[in-house]
Design a protein around this ligand. Structure first.
Ligand code: AMP
Ligand code: MG
Length: 399
């Protein structure tokens, strides 16, 4: 059986970044820029007051001075400062001609209507002033292609007038839950039935991984229904199925995928939980659709998502084939790893000083969502059978 590493290498081989696309600025957060961004403005656009107060000539030495006018942010000065005069100015407003510093309002008192006494007269030129273009100038390259858009990049794009921006788009991911036993979240399960929890869980996981995710309605384990729903899912960039890939009589997913032209890349890997994982690709008219068949058991489904689907989503949006970064943590007590397959188990990660400690949760098998909910990480054991002592260092993926 394929090791986790071999399976990951095969998935990575089939992940090509999607074509760059223009999106509204408001949808660019978390995506990778696909163009250099030049500024069309000087910022600030003028020598700008950094405090509310008085625009002054720093060389003037008298403490009582005549006030010429009031300059609010958004307006422009109308008179130049002559020696011995000042203008009242608000934060952000342009300095009048002749002024080269600002005395904060707290360092002043009005003597009469048009006259002010300044408590601070020993200013240096430029004090409390941000000069024109100090942050950026027309034509400056302010962002580079390849940068990931964070809130500050959103601000720079806004400041430089980019209401649409060329980015590596979020992959469209279709989630398809399968199973005769599944009923909707709003329904009460009858005998033999359970609610579809994987659909909403996987959609949420895909959204958190920066995909544009939709959940298709549940496909029963019939040839017709699977064919119809899988065809729908294949219009996305990636199709993530849950269930129907194990060895049961009604596990028809691999067969239907093959009939629809999806090539199998691998089926079954040496992982616990997650052994039935299926992966393939559909290539048609220059487009590649990645298809993951995740095991139906919820814990297996989530483990396979985090190990395999998350990095594929990142790779399609040009961010590289990367999982969440693992931390190294010390086992809190001995653990006897049965081996044969690598394990990726729900665990609690805690920080003690500068070190992490990890505690494997006593879970009740791959359907145990309640225990998984107590976990904040997945602890990884390599495939080799081995007793681990307390204090052994292992990798933990944060959840
Ligand atoms: P399967 O992989 O189809 O054999 O399903 C394995 C187990 O996962 C079964 O106990 C299913 O009932 C359960 N399961 C499958 N799909 C879902 C789902 N969408 N939500 C919750 N449990 C599921
Ligand atoms: Mg099933």
């Amino acid at each position: 059986m394929l090791s986790v590493e071999e399976a990951l290498a095969l998935v990575e081989k089939h992940c090509a970044p999607l074509a760059a696309r223009r999106v509204p600025l408001g949808e660019s957060l978390g995506l990778k820029l696909a163009e250099d961004i030049a500024s069309d403005i000087n910022s600030p656009p003028h020598d700008k007051a950094m405090m509310d107060g008085y625009a002054v000539r720093s060389a003037d030495r008298e403490s009582v001075r005549r006030v010429l006018e009031e300059i609010a942010a958004g307006s422009v000065p109308t008179v130049a400062l002559a020696p011995g005069t000042v203008s009242r100015i608000m934060t952000g407003a342009p300095l009048p001609e002749g002024a080269d510093a600002v005395v904060p309002v707290e360092q002043s008192e009005m003597v009469e209507a048009e006259t002010v006494r300044l408590q601070q007269i020993d200013l240096v030129p430029g004090q409390n002033v941000l000069p024109l273009g100090a942050s950026m100038r027309v034509g400056d390259m302010v962002l580079r292609s390849g940068a990931i858009v964070r809130p500050v990049e959103v601000a720079i794009l806004a400041e430089t007038g980019h209401d649409v921006v060329l980015v590596m788009p979020r992959p469209r991911v279709a989630i398809l839950p399968t199973g005769n036993e599944l009923v909707g979240v709003g329904e009460k399960p009858s005998a033999g039935q359970i609610r579809n929890s994987n659909g909403p869980m996987l959609r949420a996981a895909a959204i958190r991984a920066e995909a544009k995710a939709t959940e298709l309605s549940v496909a029963r384990d019939t040839h017709n229904e699977l064919t119809r729903q899988i065809e729908r899912g294949l219009t996305a960039d990636m199709l993530v199925l849950s269930g129907g890939v194990s060895a049961g009589k009604f596990d028809l997913v691999p067969q239907v995928l093959a009939e629809l032209g999806v090539e199998t890349v691998f089926h079954k890997i040496a992982l616990r939980p997650g052994k039935p994982l299926w992966f393939g690709v559909k290539k048609a008219s220059g487009r590649t659709v990645l298809v993951f068949g995740l095991p139906g058991n919820p814990v297996s489904s989530l483990v396979c998502f985090e190990l395999f689907v998350r990095p594929a989503i990142a790779a399609l949006s040009g961010r590289g084939f990367v999982q969440l970064s693992a931390v190294k943590a010390k086992l809190d007590r001995a653990y006897d790893h049965a081996g044969g397959r690598a394990a990726c188990l729900p665990a609690v990660l805690t920080k003690e000083g500068s070190e992490y400690r990890v505690s494997v949760l006593p879970w009740q098998g791959s359907a145990d969502l309640a225990t998984l909910a107590q976990a904040n990480g997945l602890v990884r054991f390599p495939a080799e059978k081995r007793p681990y002592e307390a204090g052994a260092v292992l990798e933990v993926l944060p959840l």
